[in-house]
Design a binder for this molecule. Sequence first.
Ligand code: B1M
Length: 218
Amino acid sequence: MANELFQKMAQSIIDGDSEVAVELAEQAIAQGIDPLEAISNGFVTGVNKVGEAFSVGDVFLPELVMAGDAMKSALATLEPELKKLGSAREILGRVVLATVEGDIHEIGKTLVGSMLGASGFEVYDLGVDQPAEKIIGKALEVNADIIGMSALLTTTMVRQREVIEELDKEGLRPRIKVMIGGAPITRDWFEKIKADGYSEDAVGAVKIAKGMVGKADQ
Ligand code: B1M
Protein backbone atom coordinates (compact mmCIF):
# COMPACT_ATOMS: atom_id res chain seq x y z
CA MET A 1 0.00 0.00 0.00
CA ALA A 2 2.65 2.48 1.12
CA ASN A 3 4.90 1.28 -1.70
CA GLU A 4 2.26 2.13 -4.26
CA LEU A 5 1.96 5.59 -2.76
CA PHE A 6 5.74 6.03 -2.80
CA GLN A 7 5.79 5.12 -6.50
CA LYS A 8 3.08 7.68 -7.23
CA MET A 9 5.05 10.26 -5.28
CA ALA A 10 8.16 9.60 -7.35
CA GLN A 11 6.11 9.81 -10.54
CA SER A 12 4.57 13.15 -9.51
CA ILE A 13 8.07 14.62 -9.29
CA ILE A 14 9.12 13.06 -12.60
CA ASP A 15 5.97 14.61 -14.13
CA GLY A 16 6.76 17.91 -12.42
CA ASP A 17 3.19 17.96 -11.12
CA SER A 18 3.11 20.05 -7.95
CA GLU A 19 -0.63 19.63 -7.47
CA VAL A 20 -0.47 15.84 -7.47
CA ALA A 21 2.67 15.89 -5.31
CA VAL A 22 0.82 17.92 -2.68
CA GLU A 23 -2.23 15.63 -2.84
CA LEU A 24 0.00 12.59 -2.32
CA ALA A 25 1.81 14.26 0.58
CA GLU A 26 -1.59 14.96 2.15
CA GLN A 27 -2.59 11.32 1.64
CA ALA A 28 0.59 10.20 3.39
CA ILE A 29 -0.23 12.45 6.36
CA ALA A 30 -3.81 11.13 6.49
CA GLN A 31 -2.49 7.56 6.45
CA GLY A 32 -0.02 8.25 9.25
CA ILE A 33 3.03 7.51 7.09
CA ASP A 34 6.32 8.77 8.53
CA PRO A 35 6.96 12.04 6.62
CA LEU A 36 10.66 11.29 6.36
CA GLU A 37 9.90 7.93 4.73
CA ALA A 38 7.53 9.63 2.30
CA ILE A 39 10.31 12.04 1.37
CA SER A 40 13.16 9.55 1.06
CA ASN A 41 11.29 6.55 -0.39
CA GLY A 42 8.86 8.56 -2.50
CA PHE A 43 9.66 12.07 -3.60
CA VAL A 44 13.48 11.89 -3.50
CA THR A 45 13.42 8.75 -5.67
CA GLY A 46 11.61 10.82 -8.29
CA VAL A 47 13.93 13.81 -8.14
CA ASN A 48 16.96 11.53 -8.38
CA LYS A 49 15.52 9.93 -11.51
CA VAL A 50 15.00 13.37 -13.06
CA GLY A 51 18.60 14.28 -12.10
CA GLU A 52 19.92 11.12 -13.80
CA ALA A 53 17.85 11.75 -16.92
CA PHE A 54 19.07 15.36 -16.99
CA SER A 55 22.71 14.33 -16.76
CA VAL A 56 22.41 12.10 -19.84
CA GLY A 57 20.41 14.65 -21.80
CA ASP A 58 17.08 12.78 -21.67
CA VAL A 59 15.33 15.71 -19.97
CA PHE A 60 16.11 19.41 -20.09
CA LEU A 61 16.17 22.40 -17.77
CA PRO A 62 12.40 23.12 -17.82
CA GLU A 63 11.71 19.58 -16.56
CA LEU A 64 14.40 19.97 -13.91
CA VAL A 65 12.79 23.23 -12.76
CA MET A 66 9.33 21.65 -12.65
CA ALA A 67 10.63 18.65 -10.73
CA GLY A 68 12.30 21.02 -8.24
CA ASP A 69 9.09 23.00 -7.82
CA ALA A 70 7.01 19.86 -7.29
CA MET A 71 9.56 18.64 -4.74
CA LYS A 72 9.39 21.97 -2.90
CA SER A 73 5.59 21.85 -2.77
CA ALA A 74 5.63 18.30 -1.40
CA LEU A 75 8.19 19.23 1.25
CA ALA A 76 6.23 22.33 2.29
CA THR A 77 3.17 20.11 2.83
CA LEU A 78 5.12 17.61 4.91
CA GLU A 79 7.16 20.13 6.87
CA PRO A 80 4.63 20.67 9.72
CA GLU A 81 4.61 16.88 10.21
CA LEU A 82 8.41 16.79 10.28
CA LYS A 83 8.35 19.47 12.95
CA LYS A 84 5.94 17.43 15.03
CA LEU A 85 8.51 14.61 15.15
CA GLY A 86 10.42 16.70 17.67
CA SER A 87 8.50 17.59 20.79
CA ALA A 88 9.09 20.78 22.79
CA ARG A 89 12.48 20.45 24.39
CA GLU A 90 15.54 22.42 25.45
CA ILE A 91 17.48 24.07 22.64
CA LEU A 92 20.36 21.78 21.76
CA GLY A 93 22.31 24.45 19.91
CA ARG A 94 22.17 27.15 17.26
CA VAL A 95 22.80 26.38 13.62
CA VAL A 96 23.29 28.85 10.78
CA LEU A 97 22.42 27.05 7.58
CA ALA A 98 22.88 28.08 3.96
CA THR A 99 23.45 26.91 0.43
CA VAL A 100 26.77 28.41 -0.66
CA GLU A 101 27.32 31.30 -3.05
CA GLY A 102 26.55 30.59 -6.71
CA ASP A 103 24.29 27.67 -5.87
CA ILE A 104 20.50 27.88 -5.81
CA HIS A 105 19.66 24.28 -4.88
CA GLU A 106 17.58 24.54 -1.75
CA ILE A 107 15.63 21.32 -1.27
CA GLY A 108 18.23 19.24 0.59
CA LYS A 109 19.34 22.19 2.70
CA THR A 110 15.74 22.95 3.67
CA LEU A 111 15.14 19.33 4.58
CA VAL A 112 18.26 19.29 6.77
CA GLY A 113 17.03 22.51 8.42
CA SER A 114 13.59 21.04 9.12
CA MET A 115 15.11 17.93 10.65
CA LEU A 116 17.52 19.91 12.81
CA GLY A 117 14.66 22.17 13.93
CA ALA A 118 12.49 19.16 14.73
CA SER A 119 15.33 17.68 16.76
CA GLY A 120 15.69 20.69 19.04
CA PHE A 121 18.16 22.98 17.25
CA GLU A 122 17.48 26.67 16.70
CA VAL A 123 17.99 26.98 12.96
CA TYR A 124 18.75 30.19 11.10
CA ASP A 125 18.22 29.24 7.46
CA LEU A 126 19.75 31.97 5.31
CA GLY A 127 18.54 30.43 2.08
CA VAL A 128 20.51 29.87 -1.10
CA ASP A 129 23.41 31.62 -2.87
CA GLN A 130 24.94 32.89 0.37
CA PRO A 131 28.45 34.40 0.39
CA ALA A 132 30.95 33.60 3.13
CA GLU A 133 30.66 36.98 4.82
CA LYS A 134 26.88 36.67 5.20
CA ILE A 135 27.17 33.16 6.64
CA ILE A 136 29.93 34.07 9.09
CA GLY A 137 28.26 37.40 9.97
CA LYS A 138 25.03 35.64 10.90
CA ALA A 139 26.90 33.01 12.89
CA LEU A 140 28.56 35.73 14.95
CA GLU A 141 25.31 37.66 15.34
CA VAL A 142 23.39 34.70 16.79
CA ASN A 143 26.38 33.13 18.54
CA ALA A 144 25.99 29.96 16.50
CA ASP A 145 27.50 26.64 17.57
CA ILE A 146 27.42 25.27 14.04
CA ILE A 147 27.57 26.56 10.49
CA GLY A 148 25.92 24.14 8.06
CA MET A 149 26.66 24.49 4.36
CA SER A 150 25.03 22.73 1.48
CA ALA A 151 26.51 22.61 -2.05
CA LEU A 152 25.04 20.67 -4.97
CA LEU A 153 27.43 21.62 -7.73
CA THR A 154 31.02 20.54 -8.18
CA THR A 155 31.68 24.16 -9.12
CA THR A 156 30.30 25.56 -5.85
CA MET A 157 31.58 23.05 -3.30
CA VAL A 158 34.83 25.04 -3.19
CA ARG A 159 32.86 27.78 -1.44
CA GLN A 160 32.61 25.53 1.60
CA ARG A 161 36.39 25.58 1.83
CA GLU A 162 36.43 29.38 1.55
CA VAL A 163 34.16 29.73 4.56
CA ILE A 164 36.32 27.34 6.58
CA GLU A 165 39.48 29.21 5.62
CA GLU A 166 37.89 32.51 6.62
CA LEU A 167 36.75 31.09 9.97
CA ASP A 168 40.26 29.79 10.62
CA LYS A 169 41.79 33.12 9.65
CA GLU A 170 39.52 34.88 12.15
CA GLY A 171 40.28 32.30 14.85
CA LEU A 172 36.61 31.34 15.07
CA ARG A 173 37.18 27.61 15.10
CA PRO A 174 36.81 25.36 17.01
CA ARG A 175 34.25 27.62 18.75
CA ILE A 176 32.09 27.42 15.63
CA LYS A 177 31.93 23.95 14.11
CA VAL A 178 31.34 23.41 10.40
CA MET A 179 29.10 20.75 8.93
CA ILE A 180 28.93 20.24 5.17
CA GLY A 181 26.69 18.27 2.85
CA GLY A 182 25.16 18.04 -0.60
CA ALA A 183 25.14 15.49 -3.42
CA PRO A 184 28.80 15.92 -4.55
CA ILE A 185 30.25 15.99 -1.03
CA THR A 186 32.40 12.98 -0.15
CA ARG A 187 34.44 11.93 2.85
CA ASP A 188 37.55 12.81 0.84
CA TRP A 189 36.34 16.36 0.33
CA PHE A 190 35.34 16.64 4.00
CA GLU A 191 38.83 15.58 5.05
CA LYS A 192 40.54 17.74 2.47
CA ILE A 193 38.86 20.96 3.57
CA LYS A 194 39.05 20.03 7.26
CA ALA A 195 35.37 20.49 8.06
CA ASP A 196 34.18 19.25 11.44
CA GLY A 197 31.45 16.98 10.12
CA TYR A 198 29.63 15.86 7.00
CA SER A 199 26.60 13.77 6.26
CA GLU A 200 25.05 12.20 3.21
CA ASP A 201 21.51 12.78 4.43
CA ALA A 202 19.32 14.78 6.77
CA VAL A 203 19.04 12.11 9.45
CA GLY A 204 22.83 11.77 9.58
CA ALA A 205 23.14 15.57 9.74
CA VAL A 206 21.11 15.61 12.97
CA LYS A 207 23.36 12.94 14.47
CA ILE A 208 26.50 14.85 13.54
CA ALA A 209 25.09 18.14 14.86
CA LYS A 210 24.17 16.56 18.19
CA GLY A 211 27.70 15.19 18.49
CA MET A 212 29.10 18.64 17.76
CA VAL A 213 27.26 20.20 20.71
CA GLY A 214 28.02 17.28 23.02
CA LYS A 215 24.42 15.99 23.01
CA ALA A 216 24.96 12.78 21.06
CA ASP A 217 22.71 10.87 23.48
CA GLN A 218 19.61 13.11 23.01
CO1 B1M B 1 20.36 21.07 -10.51
N1 B1M B 1 21.92 19.96 -10.75
N2 B1M B 1 21.15 22.45 -11.64
N3 B1M B 1 18.67 21.98 -10.30
N4 B1M B 1 19.68 19.48 -9.76
C1 B1M B 1 22.00 18.72 -9.96
C2 B1M B 1 22.69 18.97 -8.62
C3 B1M B 1 22.83 17.77 -10.93
C4 B1M B 1 23.61 16.68 -10.19
C5 B1M B 1 21.90 17.18 -12.01
C6 B1M B 1 22.64 16.28 -12.98
O1 B1M B 1 23.26 16.76 -13.90
N5 B1M B 1 22.60 14.97 -12.76
C7 B1M B 1 23.75 18.81 -11.67
C8 B1M B 1 25.11 19.10 -10.98
C9 B1M B 1 26.28 18.51 -11.72
C10 B1M B 1 27.53 18.77 -11.01
O2 B1M B 1 27.84 19.81 -10.53
N6 B1M B 1 28.32 17.72 -10.94
C11 B1M B 1 22.86 20.04 -11.68
C12 B1M B 1 23.02 21.12 -12.57
C13 B1M B 1 24.09 20.97 -13.64
C14 B1M B 1 22.24 22.29 -12.49
C15 B1M B 1 22.36 23.56 -13.35
C16 B1M B 1 23.79 24.05 -13.62
C17 B1M B 1 21.58 23.31 -14.66
C18 B1M B 1 21.68 24.41 -15.68
O3 B1M B 1 21.31 25.54 -15.43
N7 B1M B 1 22.20 24.04 -16.83
C19 B1M B 1 21.58 24.59 -12.49
C20 B1M B 1 22.50 25.28 -11.45
C21 B1M B 1 21.86 26.49 -10.84
C22 B1M B 1 22.69 27.01 -9.67
O4 B1M B 1 22.62 26.48 -8.58
N8 B1M B 1 23.47 28.05 -9.93
C23 B1M B 1 20.63 23.69 -11.76
C24 B1M B 1 19.36 24.09 -11.36
C25 B1M B 1 18.44 23.27 -10.74
C26 B1M B 1 16.99 23.69 -10.45
C27 B1M B 1 16.87 25.13 -10.00
C28 B1M B 1 16.22 23.50 -11.72
C29 B1M B 1 16.54 22.60 -9.42
C30 B1M B 1 16.67 23.04 -7.93
C31 B1M B 1 15.34 23.56 -7.41
C32 B1M B 1 15.44 23.98 -5.97
O5 B1M B 1 16.28 23.54 -5.18
N9 B1M B 1 14.53 24.86 -5.62
C33 B1M B 1 17.57 21.49 -9.64
C34 B1M B 1 17.40 20.16 -9.21
C35 B1M B 1 16.04 19.80 -8.64
C36 B1M B 1 18.46 19.21 -9.25
C37 B1M B 1 18.44 17.70 -8.86
C38 B1M B 1 17.66 16.95 -9.93
C39 B1M B 1 17.86 17.36 -7.51
C40 B1M B 1 18.44 18.11 -6.31
C41 B1M B 1 17.58 17.83 -5.10
O6 B1M B 1 16.78 18.66 -4.71
N10 B1M B 1 17.69 16.60 -4.56
C42 B1M B 1 20.00 17.36 -8.85
C43 B1M B 1 20.31 15.91 -9.16
C44 B1M B 1 20.48 15.10 -7.90
O7 B1M B 1 21.06 15.56 -6.93
N11 B1M B 1 20.03 13.88 -7.92
C45 B1M B 1 20.56 18.46 -9.64
C46 B1M B 1 16.86 16.13 -3.43
C47 B1M B 1 17.49 16.56 -2.12
C48 B1M B 1 16.65 16.03 -0.96
O8 B1M B 1 18.78 15.96 -2.07
O9 B1M B 1 19.95 18.20 -2.22
O10 B1M B 1 21.27 16.02 -2.35
P1 B1M B 1 20.13 16.78 -1.80
O11 B1M B 1 20.23 16.81 -0.22
C49 B1M B 1 20.39 15.61 0.55
C50 B1M B 1 21.86 15.29 0.83
O12 B1M B 1 22.76 15.75 -0.15
C51 B1M B 1 22.12 15.84 2.19
O13 B1M B 1 20.87 15.70 2.85
C52 B1M B 1 19.81 15.94 1.91
C53 B1M B 1 18.64 15.09 2.30
O14 B1M B 1 18.94 13.73 2.34
N12 B1M B 1 22.50 17.25 2.36
C54 B1M B 1 23.15 17.66 3.49
C55 B1M B 1 22.26 18.32 1.60
N13 B1M B 1 22.73 19.42 2.18
C56 B1M B 1 23.27 19.05 3.34
C57 B1M B 1 23.88 19.81 4.33
C58 B1M B 1 24.37 19.13 5.45
C59 B1M B 1 24.25 17.76 5.58
C60 B1M B 1 23.64 17.00 4.61
O15 B1M B 1 24.96 19.78 6.46
C61 B1M B 1 24.95 21.18 6.50
